[in-house]
Design a protein around this ligand. Structure first.
Ligand code: ADP
Ligand code: MG
Length: 230
């Protein structure tokens, strides 16, 4: 099977400061993988490497084809990112924010109607501006906007950061529906419980190295937890 996303010996740095070293992994079509590790381990940098935000060496492939390092290319190929920290456009309405997600011009099951079905809160607030939304609603909007591109792989960077447990439960439910639509997920989370509810595999970074990976049940093991020091 071809992997939807593959890192082969990826190194990433900012202004010469090395952050990721020799990171190799693959995500298969339709699977959900959790990416864990302490603050500063390099999780966000790994996701941003797909878009060549840091300086990257080594190969990153989408559908087995090495990408060129042009920043718009991954989204056009169906690899989309929901960045850390609920990045929405506060002065645009919910609907306007969602339409921005269509820039990649990919077709599929996700459109304004299906995103509103997924997140009824957004449907109720369709005409509100982003700034008027709660933190949870902003996160839903950021996810909804990424879905509008009909991604094959959706990368989520700490989507539950700062959200109340009841909202997190709603997000888990919604992401299960995204999974059943066939989209692969790469889920960066400090919250192991969130990963355990959604993923079948995990990858663990420590100080820029991939130090552990395995089936999701291994995350319960003390030696694994000590190794990744969560
Ligand atoms: N834009 C940047 N410029 C310089 N250093 C950065 C930048 N972004 C992150 N770093 C550094 O890279 C390391 C990994 O950061 P990051 O990928 O954000 O970790 P995580 O997401 O696991 O918390 C940290 O030491 C951080 O300070
Ligand atoms: Mg981060």
């Amino acid at each position: 099977m071809t992997s939807v996303l593959e890192f082969r010996g990826v190194n990433a740095s900012y202004d010469g400061a090395v952050v990721l070293q020799d990171v190799t992994f693959a995500i298969d079509d339709g699977e959900t993988v959790g990416l864990v590790g302490r603050n500063g381990a390099g999780k966000s940098t790994a996701l941003l490497s797909v878009y060549a935000v840091p300086t990257v060496t080594g190969d990153i492939a989408i559908d087995g084809k090495i990408i060129s390092g042009r920043r718009y290319e991954p989204a056009a190929l169906g690899v989309c990112l929901v960045p850390q920290g609920k990045r929405i456009l506060p002065n645009l309405t919910v609907t306007e924010n969602l339409h921005l997600g269509r820039a990649a011009k990919r077709s599929g099951i996700w459109n304004i109607d299906t995103v509103f079905d997924l997140f009824p809160n957004l449907a109720r607030g369709a005409k509100r501006s982003g700034i008027a939304l709660s933190g949870g609603e902003q996160q839903m909007l950021a996810i909804g906007r990424a879905l509008m591109a009909n991604p094959r792989l959706l990368m989520l960077d700490e989507p539950t950061e700062g959200l109340a447990p009841v909202i997190i439960d709603q997000l888990v439910e919604a992401l299960r529906k995204v999974q059943s639509g066939g989209t692969s997920l790469l889920l960066v989370e400090q919250r192991i419980g969130m990963i355990q509810q959604l993923a079948t595999r995990y990858l663990a970074l420590r100080k820029g190295l991939l130090v552990s990976e395995g089936g999701i049940s291994d995350l319960d093991k003390r030696d694994v937890q000590e190794m990744i020091a969560l």
